[in-house]
Design a protein around this ligand. Structure first.
Ligand code: GLN
Length: 475
């Protein structure tokens, strides 16, 4: 199913195909490549039943704006009555009691949800190897990781198991797997999409966004998910300005693209650097203005990110105590033992590492040295972006330092793994929207992604430029 939603919708409206046919074909793909370990649950019967309902709605002429779009959602998003494991043993048998706002808004426009995708445990990771249910294999090369934490979402789109997948991005978890799997992934501005129903990892960083293959599909899904939600006090009310069709009317002439000096240095895979240079040259040839910009504090992004997100995670994950819901150790003699054993047995290594790190940076003696200082650096990073966007409209950077690495290659060295997030965490620290798009392959035929970062709430410029790049013969 290579076409975009707009093309599909024409075929559905004209009766050339049906939602049932579309769903069946995706279900076949899911079955054929089960070994990729992309889904944690698949809604076979239900998706087909929903397809029939929507086929009827289409015939009757009152179908929603996303009728027949088949999507999957990352298993950290709530869907009422369905399991939500967060890829953790802690929530292996947990059933969601309500539906996330972002998901509900798509359901209201008649999407069909085909299943829930695998990810790193509680969205902590860059390779999907931290899932309690095993890694996702990269559809482009099965010996490699799909990226993380939304590895299942990226692989689902790449392997044509659905049209769109909803992922979450706290430090790159949409963009990095999108780059590794060769699809588009958008992290919206913090506050544009309600976080209600997204299992909290680091609340001041967490965002929900789409992965897909077509820019307009991504824009449409974003438009529908966006907007104020009284259930998320950080959701912003004046974002209704965003309309998917706007991206087609943006004049890219004289658009100023900033190339971040600090990001093209050491540690970047040469083929990614070459690709960026090629894209830059071609944009310059097409009349866009290319400027070199400097964001000096970006070099502290990883440290700052891993101090602040672990601090928030240590607090957010305190709720999994074996008492109210989730895993409870069979060895729970008294309350204290129940807490200790349930958490020790229920959480995986990486989640425990982060809870301990977060507890440490928040502890009385170290709070000023780490947490408070990191908050200050976060502000300096935001200021870097504000300053850069006085000179340019978009920043063009790599999405990842390398293409997809081999399964097992980095599991013994957490710091190596964290370094993968070098280009993505800054947008979460600053809150800005950023998109990763596929622009070609390295010599091993692994996808290369580049990232465009925009001003707050200016997703449309990033999407329009991304569309332009994708339509030009870059790949
Ligand atoms: N890889 C990053 C981390 O491990 C990002 C995770 C995310 O965005 N959810 O924290």
């Amino acid at each position: 199913m290579k076409f975009s939603y707009r093309e599909l919708r024409k075929k559905l409206d004209s009766g050339e195909t049906s939602c049932r046919e579309v769903v069946s074909s995706y279900l076949n793909k899911i079955n054929e490549r089960k070994h990729l370990n992309v889904f944690l649950s698949v809604f076979n019967e239900e998706a087909l039943k929903k397809a029939d309902e929507i086929d009827y709605k289409i015939k009757s002429g009152y179908a929603g704006r996303l009728a027949g779009m088949v999507i999957s959602i990352k298993d950290v998003l709530s869907l009422k009555g369905k399991k939500m494991t967060c890829a953790s043993k802690m929530l292996e048998n947990f059933e969601a009691v309500y539906t996330a706002t972002a998901v509900q808004r798509l359901i209201d426009e008649d999407v069909i949800i085909i299943g829930k995708t695998n990810c790193d445990e509680f969205a902590m990771g860059s390779s999907n190897e931290n899932s309690a249910f095993g890694a996702v294999l990269n559809p482009a090369d099965e010996s490699r990781v799909a990226g993380g934490s939304s590895g299942g979402s990226a692989a689902a789109v790449a392997a044509e198991m659905c049209m769109i997948s909803l992922g979450t991005d706290t430090g790159g978890s949409i963009r990095q797997p999108a780059a590794f799997c060769g699809v588009i992934g958008l992290k919206p501005t913090y506050g544009r999409v309600s976080r209600y129903g997204l299992t909290a990892f680091a609340s001041s960083f967490d965002t929900i966004g789409p992965l897909g293959k077509d820019i307009y599909d991504i824009a449409l899904v974003l438009e529908i998910m966006s907007g104020y939600d009284p259930r998320d006090s950080t959701s912003v009310s004046d974002v209704t300005d965003f309309k998917a069709e706007d991206i087609e009317n943006i004049d890219l002439n004289n658009l100023r693209i900033g190339v971040v000096k600090e990001y093209l240095g050491e540690g970047l895979q040469p083929e990614i650097r070459d690709k960026i240079k090629e894209v830059i040259e071609r944009l310059r040839d097409s009349g866009l203005i290319i400027k070199e910009v400097s964001l000096p504090y970006l070099k502290y992004s990883i440290q700052t990110y891993y101090i602040l997100t672990t601090a928030e995670a240590s607090s957010n994950l305190a709720r999994y105590d074996g008492a109210r819901y989730g895993y409870r150790s069979p060895d729970s003699g008294d309350v204290e033992t129940m807490y200790i054993n349930s958490r020790s047995e229920g959480f995986g290594e990486e989640v425990k590492r982060r809870i301990m790190l977060g507890t440490y940076v928040l502890s009385a003696g170290y709070y000023d040295a780490y947490y408070r200082k990191a908050q200050k650096v976060r502000r300096l990073i935001k200021n870097d972006f504000i300053k850069a966007f006085e000179e340019v409209d978009l920043l063009l950077t790599p999405s990842t330092p390398t293409t997809a690495f081999r399964i097992g290659e980095k599991t013994t060295d957490p710091l190596e793994m964290y370094l993968n997030d070098i280009f993505t965490t800054s947008a979460n620290l600053a809150g800005n929207p950023a998109i990763s798009i596929p622009v070609g392959w390295d010599k091993e035929k692994l996808p290369i992604g580049i990232q465009l970062t925009a001003r707050d709430f200016d997703e449309k410029t990033a999407l329009a430029a991304a569309d332009y790049i994708l339509r030009s013969e870059f790949t």
